[in-house]
Design a protein around this ligand. Structure first.
Ligand SMILES: Nc1ncnc2c1ncn2[C@@H]1O[C@H](COP(=O)(O)OP(=O)(O)OP(=O)(O)O)[C@@H](O)[C@H]1O
Ligand SMILES: [Mg+2]
Length: 336
C-alpha cells in the first residue's frame, strides 16, 4: 500500500490534521480508481499482478566481487523516456558530490556524450576498435574531477552487427569491455542503455546493482512494465533483476490528469520501496541538451535539478546498500 510522502505527512502533523489515517486509506483506493479510468493502466496492472504470483527461486550461490564500484543501469523498453538525460545528469550530480563516477554509453545512438558537451564526431568510444590503454587514460584525464563519460563511439551498422554477434557468443563480453575502460577508483558506474532488447542490454542488467527503470507518464510507457519485468525475470538469474529494479517516472506534469493517474497507479501496483521518484517535465531539460550542456549546469535553480540532486542522494544511499546485499559480481575493474 502506498504511504504518504514524508513532507506531506509532516505538513499534516504540523497543522494537527485529524484526517491523517483516513487519507492513507483513501490513497490506497485512489490508485485503483486511477487505473480504472484508463483501460491500459488496468490491463497492465493485471499483467503485473499475474506475473508477481509466480514465485522465482532466490539465487543462493554467493559469487565473488571485485572493486568497490556500484553499477546503475538506466533502462526502459520505450524510447525517448529520458534514459540518457537521467544517466548523464545523475552521473554529473554524483560527480559534483565528490564521487568518482563514470557514465558509459551502451546505446549505438552514441548520444550520451552530447549531454557532456561532446560533439558526437569524436572517434573515441567504448566500442571503437584498437584503442591503446594510453588513449583511454588520456580520454579519462579530460574530465579531471568531474564525472567521466565513455561514449559508445561512432560505429557503422556492420560494426554494430559484429558487436552484437560477439556479445551474443560471450556472456562476459560487456564486463570485459568495461574492465578495460573503467578506472579502479570508480565509485559509481552509470550505464545508459538501448531501448531494445540486445545481448549487451542483458549483460548490463546482469552487472547492475540497481536497475533504474525510467517510465514516461503515459500509456505507452506504462504498458511496457510487464515486458520489462519479464525481461528482468528471464535475464537476471534467481529473481535478482526484479529485486533490483527501481522505478522512476520522468517528464511528469501534475497538471495533466493522465500523468497523475499513471503515477498513482504505478505507486499502487509496485512495492513502495521500489519507487525511486518522479522527475518533472521542464523545458530547461530539452534546452540544455540543445546547448549540449548538463541540466545541472544549465538550470541549477530549477525544480528539476533539485529532483535530480535528490535522486543522486537516493542512489548514494540506496544503490550502495543494494550493492552490499547483492550476490552477483560487479564489473571486475581493470588495471588502470
Ligand atoms: N524531465 C524532462 N523534461 C523535459 N524534457 C525532457 C525531460 N527528460 C528528457 N527530456 C527530453 O526528452 C527527449 C528524450 O530524452 P533522452 O534522449 O534522454 O531519452 P532516451 O530515453 O535516452 O531516448 P532514446 O530512446 O532516444 O535513447 C530529449 O529531448 C530530452 O531533452
Ligand atoms: Mg538515449
Amino acid at each position: 500500500m502506498p504511504t504518504m510522502n514524508d513532507d506531506v505527512r509532516k505538513l499534516f502533523e504540523s497543522i494537527g490534521s485529524p484526517e491523517l489515517e483516513y487519507r492513507e486509506v483513501a490513497a490506497g483506493e485512489r490508485w485503483q480508481a486511477a487505473a480504472q479510468r484508463w483501460p491500459i493502466l488496468a490491463q497492465t496492472n493485471r499483467l503485473i499482478q499475474e506475473r508477481r504470483q509466480v514465485q522465482i527461486p532466490r539465487e543462493t550461490t554467493q559469487r565473488s566481487r571485485t572493486g568497490r564500484c556500484t553499477t546503475i543501469a538506466v533502462v526502459s523498453l520505450a524510447g525517448g523516456t529520458g534514459r540518457s538525460t537521467i544517466a548523464a545528469n545523475l552521473a554529473a550530480t554524483l560527480g559534483q558530490n565528490g564521487r568518482a563516477v563514470v557514465a558509459a554509453d551502451l546505446d549505438p545512438q552514441n548520444a550520451l556524450g552530447l549531454h557532456f558537451g561532446l560533439e558526437g564526431g569524436e572517434s573515441f568510444g567504448l566500442f571503437s576498435a584498437n584503442l591503446a590503454p594510453q588513449e583511454v587514460a588520456l580520454w579519462l584525464a579530460r574530465f579531471r574531477s568531474a564525472a567521466a563519460v565513455l561514449p559508445f563511439g561512432p560505429l557503422t551498422g556492420a560494426q554494430i552487427a559484429g558487436l552484437e554477434a560477439a556479445s551474443a557468443r560471450e556472456p562476459q563480453w560487456l564486463q570485459k569491455r568495461l574492465a578495460a575502460f573503467v578506472p579502479n577508483e570508480t565509485e559509481f558506474l552509470v550505464l545508459d542503455t538501448p531501448a531494445r532488447a540486445s545481448p549487451w542490454l542483458k549483460q548490463a542488467l546482469t552487472l547492475a546493482d540497481t536497475v533504474l527503470v525510467v517510465l514516461g507518464p503515459d500509456a505507452a510507457g506504462y504498458a511496457t512494465l510487464p515486458a520489462t519485468e519479464a525481461l528482468l525475470d528471464e535475464w537476471v538469474p534467481g529473481g535478482q533483476g526484479r529485486r533490483r529494479a527501481r522505478y522512476l517516472v520522468n517528464k511528469f506534469d501534475a497538471r495533466r490528469a493522465l500523468d497523475r493517474d499513471v503515477l498513482s497507479s504505478l505507486r499502487g501496483v509496485i512495492p513502495e520501496r521500489t519507487f525511486a521518484r518522479a522527475i518533472h517535465a521542464d523545458e530547461v531539460v530539452s534546452e540544455s541538451l540543445a546547448r549540449r550542456r548538463l541540466v545541472v549546469r544549465e538550470g541549477p535553480e530549477s525544480q528539476v535539478v533539485a529532483e535530480l540532486s535528490a535522486l543522486a542522494e537516493w542512489v548514494e544511499v540506496t544503490a550502495a546498500e543494494m550493492r552490499k546485499a547483492s550476490p552477483l559480481p560487479l564489473v571486475s575493474v581493470g588495471s588502470r
